[in-house]
Design a protein around this ligand. Sequence first.
Ligand SMILES: Cc1cc2nc3c(=O)[nH]c(=O)nc-3n(C[C@H](O)[C@H](O)[C@H](O)COP(=O)(O)O)c2cc1C
Length: 177
Amino acid sequence: MEDFLELAKTRQSCRDYLDKPVEREKLERIIEAARLAPSACNSQPWSFVVVETPATVAEVADSTTILGINKYLKSATAFIVVLEETAELIQKLAQLVDSQTHAQGDLGAAVLSLCLEAESLGLGTCIAGVFDRPRLRKLLDIPPEKKIFMVVAVGYPKSERVREKSRKPFAEIVRFV
Ligand SMILES: Cc1cc2nc3c(=O)[nH]c(=O)nc-3n(C[C@H](O)[C@H](O)[C@H](O)COP(=O)(O)O)c2cc1C
């Protein structure tokens, strides 16, 4: 899709997926889009665990289901677990702010890039901020010094329907000066 705004309009959280595996090449392209995202001092404080093996996918889906939340992600056929790595800022900036100050913003940019690339490939995604961290850490052998930032469900959407976006009005969030 060439019109970026159209892509932004059609990307939506997908919570119902077809029973169809996501091709490895597509998963690689999605990660490539995240790898190219901007970051403070180009520190790239991220790494990704791509979960594609059905048994592990099922376990990750289980780990994202807490108190009944996210149970609909069980139909996802892949997950991308996004990890926050130590950011190395340039020395001048490192004197002013904590090295992780911008990491979450950087990771947010990477996650949106991967979601939009997935959308352009005809895939659906759903970012999950709610998940059982200790369980996921153990399952995927993630060392304690790495923070699990977000889990992104990936798969082929069951429905092509684009829901109407629910967003604050433009005028409420923008001021031109
Ligand atoms: C940081 C973050 C955490 C989120 N966590 C969840 C989640 O745990 N479960 C879920 O179903 N959706 C989750 N979402 C998706 C939001 O609910 C969704 O993006 C928002 O309602 C806007 O809808 P849209 O993505 O369909 O445009 C999360 C989104 C973000 C950015």
